[in-house]
Design a protein around this ligand. Structure first.
Ligand SMILES: C[S@@+](CC[C@H](N)C(=O)[O-])C[C@H]1O[C@@H](n2cnc3c(N)ncnc32)[C@H](O)[C@@H]1O
Length: 228
């Protein structure tokens, strides 16, 4: 992750990482490592870089998935972050996947996971509310919990520009809950640019990296369309 080298220490309030998952998706970018250990070493490298560039109290979100009858690098990653970095565990969010996968010999997988760590005690938590959770006694929408059942897969609407594109609603929860206007957000794996869109709409600055030029062009187009 050479991009991180260009970033100063303690220069951002939030990092949102949706890294390759290691051999889950049949894409070149998900099959870059010879072994799971190589993959985990690579993950720890950009995780430590994320810690370095975050300000004290900053937040670090990492997407991943557990599932299929295979090893579970994401769970190993979670424990390695606790054991080998100074990040503090804060939350473990589950998002329902509407497009399920897995074999037919057991319950199919219908979830994705989102780990949240902080650099020291976290500074920001702007509560989020949703009608989907129901309403309270006064008829106001209830607090969003760490189980997100209402984020519809992008592909269900046939307008995905990336094979693992996250629903806009998930970015629209992470960005406003965990940063404030004018904050700087680092997006190490831009993909379709969904997090970039949420940054622009919520008036945050962002710096994003993307290996595949096809996606960087598409993500740039997406952000340009909003900015204009
Ligand atoms: C899981 S996808 C991100 C999807 C994105 N969150 C979205 O919703 O569209 C991971 C992305 O990381 C990119 N990638 C893989 N290795 C990278 C690297 N070393 N530096 C930057 N981007 C990389 C891949 O090309 C892929 O687009």
């Amino acid at each position: 992750m050479d991009g991180f080298k260009q970033l100063n220490d303690s220069s951002a309030e939030l990092v949102i990482a949706d890294p390759p998952y290691f051999k889950i998706v049949k894409q070149k970018w998900d099959n870059q490592w010879e072994s799971e250990n190589n993959y985990l070493d690579w993950c720890l490298n950009w995780t430590k870089e994320s810690y370095r560039v975050l300000k004290e109290g900053g937040l670090f979100y990492v997407w991943g998935a557990i599932g299929k009858d295979r090893e579970h690098p994401f769970l190993k990653y979670m424990f390695k972050v606790e054991e080998e970095t100074d990040f503090k565990f804060l939350n473990f969010i589950t998002m329902r996947n509407f497009r399920v996968f897995g074999n037919s010999s057991h319950f199919p997988f219908g979830r994705q996971e989102l780990l949240v760590f902080s650099k020291g005690k976290h500074n920001t938590y702007n509560k989020q509310y949703s009608d989907f959770e129901g309403v309270n006694r006064l008829g106001h929408p209830k607090l969003v919990t760490n189980v997100w059942l209402d984020c519809k897969d992008v592909s269900l609407y046939n307008n995905a520009i990336h094979p693992t594109e996250k629903p806009y609603l998930s970015s629209e929860r992470i960005v406003p809950s965990s940063s404030n206007e004018g904050d700087t957000i680092i997006i190490p794996f831009v993909g379709s640019g969904v997090d970039c869109e949420a940054c622009i709409r919520n008036k945050r600055d962002y710096i994003g990296f993307e290996l595949d030029p096809t996606y960087s062009v598409l993500a740039n187009q997406r952000t340009l369309d909003i900015a204009l």
